[in-house]
Design a binder for this molecule. Structure first.
Ligand SMILES: Cc1ncc(C[n+]2csc(CCOP(=O)(O)OP(=O)(O)O)c2C)c(N)n1
Length: 203
């Protein structure tokens, strides 16, 4: 058994990392956030129409980001999601490596917990290594970020490097206040499509 409480003292705070990515990303960046904490992190960073938050569909953030990256090759697509969401849809990593979209970055905010449902330990608190799984799936750029210096070094690669890329960001297991995005799925879809396609996006 590994120490499943080690994430309680990881140095990186998820809200700071989301803000750093969001603030550096610019207008060209489309962001898909996974159910649970990454939704709240990016809403706190700056709720806006270029973020598409998933309110459910566990395992769905990576496939949705993949489809978006393939449909919009001129845009940069960033998926930010949790370790449990990623573990639930591991096969999607193999599909990313089949399709090889060079404009897709997946950031896994790995708190080693099922944050939303009571902070139970996930497999990454034990022996699972999502960056290694991504590499073994054939994803060409992978890495694990554990402190601010590594985050600062990786940031240009996260935002502009040739993908597809998977960066596991080890973040502290902390319960934070909710900062909820809008809940209306039709509204979220429409505002995202208008941001992408203009007014014709919803006719
Ligand atoms: C199919 C399915 N199973 C379980 C849930 C309940 N659930 C919602 S969020 C969550 C945990 C998410 O954990 P993670 O993706 O690691 O995000 P974080 O810990 O950062 O919040 C679970 C189990 C769900 N929404 N859908």
């Amino acid at each position: 058994m590994t120490d499943s409480s080690r994430a309680d003292s990881f140095p990186l705070h998820r809200r700071d990392i989301a803000k750093q990515i969001f603030d550096s990303g610019g207008e060209n960046l489309l962001i898909v956030t996974g159910l649970g904490s990454t939704n709240w992190d990016f809403t706190a960073a700056g709720d806006c129409e270029r973020i598409f938050p998933l309110w459910g569909a566990m395992g769905g953030a990576i496939p949705l980001g993949l489809g978006l990256a393939m449909a919009r090759p001129e845009k940069r697509v960033l998926v930010a999601t949790g370790d449990a969401d990623t573990l639930m849809g591991l096969g999607s990593l193999t599909t990313v490596a089949v399709q090889m979209p060079d404009n897709l970055t997946i950031t896994v905010f790995d708190n080693e917990r099922y944050g939303e449902t009571g902070m139970q330990a996930t497999a990454t608190a034990h022996n699972a290594d999502i960056a290694a799984i991504a590499a073994a799936s054939g994803i060409p750029v992978t890495g694990t970020i554990r402190d601010q210096e590594e985050m600062d070094t990786a940031l240009p690669e996260v935002l502009e490097g040739r993908g597809p890329a998977v960066f596991v960001i080890k973040v502290r297991a902390e319960k934070l206040p909710f900062v909820l995005p809008p809940k209306d799925g039709a509204y979220l879809k429409d505002r995202f499509r208008i941001a992408l396609l203009g007014d014709t996006g919803i006719v």
